[in-house]
Design a protein around this ligand. Sequence first.
Ligand code: RB5
Length: 152
Amino acid sequence: MRIAFGADHAGFELKTLLAGRAAELGHEVLDLGTSSTASVDYPDFGYAVGEAVASGRADRGVVVCGTGIGISIAANRVRGARAGVATDLFSAQLMREHNDANVLGLGARVTAVPLATAILEAFLITPFAGGRHQRRVDKLDAPPPSAQGESR
Ligand code: RB5
């Protein structure tokens, strides 16, 4: 798969390690930055990865900030991107099986490198279960009018 990676300054080092692991596993890496530990704004990189995945330029995305939360919120503002934060293997598997998540959020200040690596691997190998979950995932791209703000 082609996997887009994005991070802010807090996530830069973990993003670099995980992109290396993805390449080792035979995936194509699309590194959308940031490229150092200099302070940047996480939404810029969450949007970039969300857009890459939603447009089909990448099959999956990985976003890393201090907690994984802010950058995942940004990715989720892109229609078609489905980002979830995982701090454990079960969540990584279930976000694929049930939610067909296409973007993985990780927190570099929360999750140590060995567990983050295992979470990445689970995210990459676990298929979407489909079935009853497909209808629910379809609804994620079709919020009711009452849930749609002016920006949508
Ligand atoms: C940056 O200090 C920090 O706020 C950011 O990496 C992230 O944790 C936000 O959600």
